[in-house]
Design a binder for this molecule. Structure first.
Ligand code: PHE
Length: 455
């Protein structure tokens, strides 16, 4: 087998990991959750969650990956030979597999909207809701776009860690930042933007319930790509002199900043078009926003055109940097078990496409086929990965690093063998031994509907 590659630079490490984290979850799910849970209050709780839990759990995944320099399954095998902990490795690969299948479908819709935006069509759609439904239930158009997303991802992954993942992250992430900044400015200039800003900046603490906290935690895990094997896999390509704590803090900061900036794009725009409410759910980016683009720029359609184009470009760039990390997690495992990178990637792409087709069809021709406890493919994959495997994985990772791994090994990873200072190491260990497992268990129980919802 060829030599195992590492990321070439510190910036490359941060941008690749941030690329995995920044995705549809930031642009689409975060504003939706913020809208549903009262704006600024939710954002504050979210920030608290990513600091207290997000950074420590991410750091733990980095420790597992970097200390072994192996794919996520072999990482557990090496750190805890012949024990049941390896289950987390398999869970990670399995989850990456099913997330990639359904995530590519939504990324495919984004691709379709981008193509429509380029052709100037997004601002011409007469009835965005009908347009969205007509497209998503179509038997094969969404499949074509899902395939395009998977093929683009495939091409990048096949090129390898440095030439593919790192190079594209270094290209796409700055592009993403530029687009976001332009969009934030445009959005602020819209008439009525002030109301949207108030919604984002003035916390209404009466809206905070236990459900807010648990939703914020769930969102933080999804958005940071935690517990899915992706960050562990990327960390296995980190060089031994990379500062794990600083990397985790940078990635979490970038991801959170992007999420909040997306709020600053969406809310002022949505509020400037008064009849539309911010918590429009998953249709937000595909139904609500096309209306916003049309109405807000009635007098200047060229601005509407540019806004729509940049927005869907942003969404697809964010999605692709995430699909790359999901793909790599599975490809790395197959590749390190005897297959060439190309063959491994081909298997992953093909299998995900097959599952992706089922996910896509579950909106249209297979709408009534609900084999998973009353859920169709798309919903079942989403539920299983984001609501079950993610929290279960978070609990296992915290317990593994907190209780099973040798404290010295963990400290050596965090301090690079004593070269770096780690004044908060004691706090970090306390969090992953006690706080993280407890809080994440509550999230899991909440997702399973054990608590009755108050809001
Ligand atoms: N974090 C990504 C997003 O915000 C989604 C993702 C989850 C990617 C898990 C990889 C692993 O969209």
């Amino acid at each position: 087998m060829e030599k195992r590659h590492n990321f070439g630079s510190k910036l490359g490490i941060i941008l690749a990991a941030a690329g995995s984290a920044v995705g549809l979850g930031n642009v689409w799910r975060f504003p939706t959750e913020t809208g549903a849970h009262g704006g600024a209050a939710f954002i504050l709780i979210y920030i608290l969650c990513v600091i207290v839990l997000g950074i420590p759990v991410m750091l733990s995944e980095f420790v597992i990956g970097r200390s072994t320099h192996a794919n996520t399954i072999d990482a557990y095998r090496r750190l805890a030979p012949r024990s049941a902990w390896i289950i987390q490795g398999f869970l990670g690969v399995f989850a990456a597999f099913i997330i990639l299948s359904y995530y590519s479908v939504v990324a495919g819709w984004t691709m379709k909207y981008l193509v429509t935006a380029v052709a100037g069509g997004v601002t011409q759609i007469a009835d965005p809701a009908a347009y969205y439904t007509a497209f998503t239930v179509h038997p094969w158009w969404p499949v074509v776009f899902t395939a395009i997303v998977l093929i683009v991802t495939h091409i990048i992954v096949v090129r390898g860690v440095q030439n593919g993942i790192e190079r594209f992250s270094k290209l796409l992430m700055p592009l993403l930042f530029i687009i976001i900044t332009v969009l934030v400015v445009c959005s602020m200039l819209m008439p009525g933007a002030k109301e949207g800003l108030q919604f984002l900046l003035r916390p209404d603490f009466s809206k905070i319930t236990a459900d807010t906290l648990l939703s914020a935690l769930g969102q933080a895990f999804f958005s940071l790509s935690l517990a899915m094997g992706c960050l562990c896999t990327y960390a296995s390509y980190f060089r031994d002199d990379a500062n794990l704590t600083r990397t985790a803090v940078s990635v979490v900061s970038i991801d959170t900043l992007v999420a909040i900036m997306c709020g600053f794009i969406i809310f002022p725009a949505v509020f400037s078009v008064q009849e539309i409410t911010p918590d429009a759910g998953p249709g937000l980016v595909f139904i609500t926003l096309p209306s916003v683009f049309q109405m807000a720029f009635e007098g200047a359609p060229i601005l509407g055109y540019i806004f729509a184009l940049l927005f869907y470009l942003l969404l697809i760039v964010a999605a692709i940097t995430s699909t790359i990390s999901l793909h790599e997690t599975i490809t790395a495992f197959l590749h390190e078990h005897g297959l060439s990178r190309r063959a491994a990637a081909c298997i992953v792409t093909t299998l995900c496409l097959v599952l992706g087709i089922f996910c896509s069809l579950s909106f249209g021709p297979m709408k009534d086929f609900k084999p998973f406890f009353g859920l169709g493919f798309f919903d079942a994959f989403d539920f299983l990965s984001a609501k079950i495997i993610m929290p279960v994985g978070g609990i296992i990772i915290s317990l593994f690093v907190g209780w099973r791994l040798d404290k010295k090994l963990v400290r050596d990873q965090v301090t690079n063998g004593g070269k770096l200072r780690a004044p908060l190491f004691g706090f970090y260990r306390f969090v992953i031994r006690w706080v993280a497992p407890t809080l994440i268990t509550l999230v899991l129980l909440n997702e399973l509907g054990v608590f009755t919802h108050t809001s």
